[in-house]
Design a protein around this ligand. Structure first.
Ligand code: IPE
Ligand code: IPE
Ligand code: MG
Ligand code: MG
Ligand code: MG
Length: 310
């Protein structure tokens, strides 16, 4: 037990150090004097620098390290995926979408700055993300990362999933029936696609400008890991909406059922949902076999997701 506790402390300190690197890098990307109107800069920073888990940047960094890269080389990709994620949260909270007034422990962007500014702060983070990739990476990995991020965030990825999430909410109120297949597809798109993009970007920043690029088997392993991890992560997000506490998660709870959202606990109940998340976590860890020991940290992060309380 003592050994496991020590390992856990060491790992959480490791993650904390990587988060600090990401926070510092993000802060430098969003400084005054870059030609951004001060009111827009304030709104961008408000959501981006707020307290949060930085899970997607950590996935980029851990993936890059597993592929033999460095955290410094991974920072542009880590920052870019966090900017896109933060934009997705700002827009997700808008009255036309989930209509949430609390995010990352603070009033949602539109509550604090108004809807027009929230929409534009989201747009600004989305577009700046691609500039950060283009400016910060060597040309071949920049192009690959732009492609992966656009694919993950775009119409066949996160945005498509958000559309299906909202459609299921409306249909569900009318019909009251949904299939698990629909739900899995929504989770894979709205949440899984960006997570997979982060993992693949990690491989590209580590190896993208080598002559042969990233190893195809490792890219496939990361993609498999991301599919399981993304699904498990959104199940735990749905569970926290039912079982979590606002003070810990920094957002309102019990909102999904109230809105008629299609969720795992709504469809399967909480204990089956938790078992499903555990099985997905095992699947995620098994996907890392081609990495050998180099995949240990990614495996630990997957296990942490199961235990998370925020
Ligand atoms: C919330 O993401 C939205 C989902 C896709 C589940 P996170 O739970 O990673 O939120 P932050 O980034 O820590 O605020
Ligand atoms: C969010 O799913 C997915 C996104 C792409 C932002 P949710 O709507 O469940 O996320 P929260 O619970 O508001 O963070
Ligand atoms: Mg939503
Ligand atoms: Mg939401
Ligand atoms: Mg949620």
């Amino acid at each position: 037990v003592a050994i496991i506790a020590a390992l856990t402390t060491e790992f959480s300190e490791y993650l904390q150090a990587k988060r600090a690197l990401v926070d510092d890098y993000l802060g430098r990307l969003l400084q005054p004097g870059l030609g951004i109107p001060p009111s827009l800069l304030e709104a961008m920073r408000y959501s981006l620098i707020a307290p949060c888990k930085r899970l997607r940047p950590l996935l980029v960094i851990l993936s890059a390290e597993a592929c033999g890269g460095t955290d410094q080389g991974a920072l542009p990709a880590a920052a870019a995926v966090e900017m896109v994620h933060t934009y997705s949260l700002i827009h997700d909270d808008l009255p036309a979408m989930d209509d949430d007034d609390l995010r990352r422990g603070l009033p949602s962007s539109h509550k604090r700055f108004g809807e027009a500014m929230a929409i534009l702060a989201g747009d600004a983070l989305l577009t700046l993300a691609f500039q950060v990739l283009a400016d910060g990476l060597p040309s071949r990995s920049a192009a690959a990362c732009c492609r992966e991020l656009a694919r993950g965030a775009g119409p066949a990825g996160m945005v498509g999933g958000q559309i299906e999430d909202l459609a299921a909410e409306r249909d569900g109120l009318a019909a009251g029936v949904h299939s698990l297949e629909t739900l899995k597809h929504i989770h894979a798109s709205k949440t899984g696609a960006l997570i997979r993009a982060g993992l693949l970007m990690g491989a590209w920043v580590a190896r993208g400008d080598d002559t042969d690029g990233p190893d195809a088997a490792l890219l496939q392993a990361l993609d498999n890991f991301g599919r399981c991890f993304g699904q498990a992560f959104q199940i735990t997000d749905d569970l926290l909406d039912v079982e979590g506490e606002t003070a810990r998660i920094g957002k309102r709870v019990q909102k999904d059922a109230a809105r008629g959202k299609l969720t795992y606990p709504g469809l399967l109940g909480t204990s089956r949902s938790r078992r499903e998340a555990e099985a997905l976590c095992r699947g995620a860890v098994n996907s890392l076999a081609p990495f050998g020991e180099a995949g240990d940290r990614l495996a630990r992060l997957a296990r942490l997701v199961l235990e998370r309380t925020h």
